[in-house]
Ligand binder design. Structure first.
Ligand SMILES: O=C(O)CCC(=O)C(=O)O
Ligand SMILES: [Fe+2]
Length: 278
C-alpha cells in the first residue's frame, strides 16, 4: 500500500523525537537510486575504506546521476507529509546538503552516542549564558530535523526516544565517541569481536532502541536526541542522509548557535587559564 500521512504521526514526532514514513520512496525510484548509490559506495571506499558517507551528492555531478536524487526531493507524497508535519516552509531534500551513508569496507565500527548540535560543547563550557541560549531553541522545530531515508534496508541507527525533550542528561548518558582509545581498540579487534563490542556499546546506553528501516522508509528525527550509528561491512547500507530545513530566516538563537558555542568554549578556556587562588 502506498504511504499515506496520518495525524498520529505529528504526536509521535513531538513525543518520541522521530517518525518513520514507511515506504514513501516507491520501488521504481529505489531501483534508480540504488544504481547511483552503488557507485557512491565504491567512490566513498576509494577515498576511505572505512568511510561512513559520501557528501554532498551535488558535488559528484558527472559521476553520479543527479536525476533520481532530484526525483526523491520532489516526491509529492513526501512534500505532502512534511507540509502536514512541519508546515510548508521546510525542505524535503537538497542535493547540495544530501549525503549517502554506506557501510564500511573492512571493519565494524560505531560513530558513538551523541546529541548533534551540542556535542561539541564540553559540559564544563555549559555556563548559564550557554544554557539560556539552549533553552531558547531546544524545542523550536525550525532547527535540527534530520533525515535518514533507507534505500536498502537499514538497522544501523540507534535512538533514545524522548531524549530530545530534555537538554539535561540522565546518569549513564555519556558520549564516548571522543574517546580515541575505544576506537583504537575496536580497530585492533577481529571483525566479529569488533562487531560485538560496538553492539554492546549500543545496548548499554539507557533507553536505547534500534531503528529498523525498510527499503524506501524515511525517518525524520530530532538530532538533539541521543543517537548512535553502528556499522558492519556485511550489512549493506545505502541511505540518503539529509534534513528538513527551514527556508525562512531562522530565529537568532538557532542562527547564532555556532557563534554562541564558540564563545562559551572561549569563556571556559579563559576560566581555566585563571590560576586558582585560595
Ligand atoms: O549512521 C547513522 O544513522 C547516524 C549517524 C550520525 O548520527 C552522525 O553521523 O551524526
Ligand atoms: Fe548524529
Amino acid at each position: 500500500m502506498a504511504f499515506r500521512f496520518e495525524d498520529w504521526m505529528i504526536n509521535h514526532y513531538l513525543q518520541q523525537g522521530y517518525v518513520v514514513f514507511r515506504g514513501v520512496v516507491p520501488p521504481s525510484l529505489c531501483d534508480d537510486l540504488r544504481r547511483e548509490i552503488d557507485k557512491a559506495r565504491d567512490m566513498a571506499h576509494a577515498i576511505n575504506p572505512q568511510a561512513q558517507r559520501l557528501q554532498p551528492v551535488a558535488k559528484y555531478e558527472g559521476q553520479i546521476d543527479q536525476k533520481p536524487f532530484q526525483d526523491y526531493c520532489d516526491l509529492p507524497a513526501l512534500r505532502d507529509a512534511i507540509d502536514r508535519l512541519l508546515g510548508p516552509d521546510f525542505t524535503t531534500g537538497q542535493r547540495s546538503m544530501m549525503g549517502i551513508f554506506v557501510e564500511p569496507r573492512d571493519q565494524p565500527w560505531t560513530i558513538g552516542w551523541h546529541r548533534d548540535g551540542v556535542v561539541e560543547v564540553p559540559l564544563e563550557a555549559q555556563d548559564e549564558e550557554l544554557r539560556l541560549a539552549m533553552d531558547e531553541f531546544w524545542h523550536d522545530l525550525r532547527g535540527w530535523n534530520q533525515v535518514n531515508c533507507a534505500i536498502y534496508a537499514d538497522s544501523c541507527t540507534w535512538y533514545v526516544p524522548g531524549s530530545h525533550l530534555r537538554s539535561r542528561d540522565l546518569p549513564g548518558e555519556k558520549q564516548y565517541n571522543t574517546d580515541k582509545e575505544i576506537n583504537t581498540r575496536i580497530a585492533a579487534m577481529s571483525p566479529a569481536e569488533a562487531e560485538r563490542k560496538c553492539l554492546d556499546l549500543c545496548h548499554r546506553f539507557p533507553g536505547a532502541v534500534q531503528m529498523h528501516l525498510g527499503p524506501g522508509d524515511y525517518m525524520l528525527y530530532r538530532q538533539l536526541a541521543w543517537h548512535n550509528g553502528n556499522y558492519t561491512p556485511w550489512a549493506r547500507r545505502g541511505t540518503i542522509h539529509d534534513g528538513a530545513f527551514y527556508t525562512k530566516p531562522l530565529p537568532p538563537a538557532i542562527a547564532k548557535w555556532q557563534e554562541t558555542k564558540k564563545a562559551a568554549v572561549a569563556r571556559m578556556n579563559a576560566r581555566q587559564a585563571v590560576p586558582v587562588t585560595v
